[in-house]
Design a protein around this ligand. Sequence first.
Ligand code: SF4
Length: 368
Amino acid sequence: MQKREPSDILIPADYKQEFCQTLRVWFEKNKRDLPWRDTNDPYRIWISEIILQQTRVAQGFDYYVRFIGRFPDVLSLADAEEDEVLKYWQGLGYYSRARNLHQAAMTIKNQFAGQFPVAHKEVLSLKGVGDYTAAAICSFAYGAPYAVVDGNVYRFLSRLLGIDEPIDSVSGKNYFASLAQQLLDLESPALHNQAIMEMGALQCVAASPCCTQCPFANRCFAYYHSTVDQLPVKIHKTKTRARYFAYFFLSKGDALYIQKRTGKDVWKNLYELPLVETETPVDEAFLADCEPVMKWLEGRVLPAPLFQIKHVLSHQVIHASFYELELSGDVSVEGAREIHKAELENYPVSRLIHLFLEHCHPELLDLP
Ligand code: SF4
């Protein structure tokens, strides 16, 4: 069994035929029953694909059902307020996906007369739609011959064919895209694309795949050479940055203070509690000396945090502490919005704030 080199990118026709046949047979036996598989509506396919980026199917399923229930078509999404769209995304993370969906829906309304575009180039022009999503929409909805390449496909093909081109390099991406396109079953691109992703998601999984049960084991380079755990290859290590957030649940009777995050940072346009961020871990004595906290304390000692959590994002680890203070009528909270506690459910908040509320104020949570 030979390792394939970048120059050796031409897939022989007989190999392709056997590959497609094996994949199809495996898929028919093993595929999951997912709601977005039974539709060729490009809008629903688009929503499901965006939700499933960086989200597990089990978690994404409920969000998809709720989202489609509230925004059943492009126009209902385009006409909604961004706050409401974000509210339906609350807890899924990567909120730029929801903001991009909303903006792309408005583009479809204004530039495509409310009709989801059909041409691959136009689908690709929508905000937040990259090569993978455009290929998924065009193949699933219109049967167009575009091969999908997602993390599952990278993993499966790199192992099967013994490819150590880094999947996070431009040349690696081009190499895998060319391979996947050559292997695509042109007679049924939608089925083929579903099948190859499902192969990576269920069979050729990241950790300890059950190779003895795999229909490709007899021709798999990585299995044959015991390099399954070394493929695929990535060159860039993700750098993470530690941040320290002290959040303040400030209330005056039934009133509560929240603020909107703006600027280029995580959770843009979501709401949160008044925050003091520091470069390093700090204790209550330090916080009590900070300008806004000193004012909120009104001479009191800052109590221990009600809730603490280490919240891991893709490039950041946020060490969050939550404090609770009841304010007197004389104290103002600059830059914050005063709302009735019962109104909090109308504001989209980050997963971190959601976790705090789940633990300490579940009565204030009411997801759509
Ligand atoms: S034999 Fe193992 S490594 Fe190779 S494709 Fe199958 S599951 Fe993946």
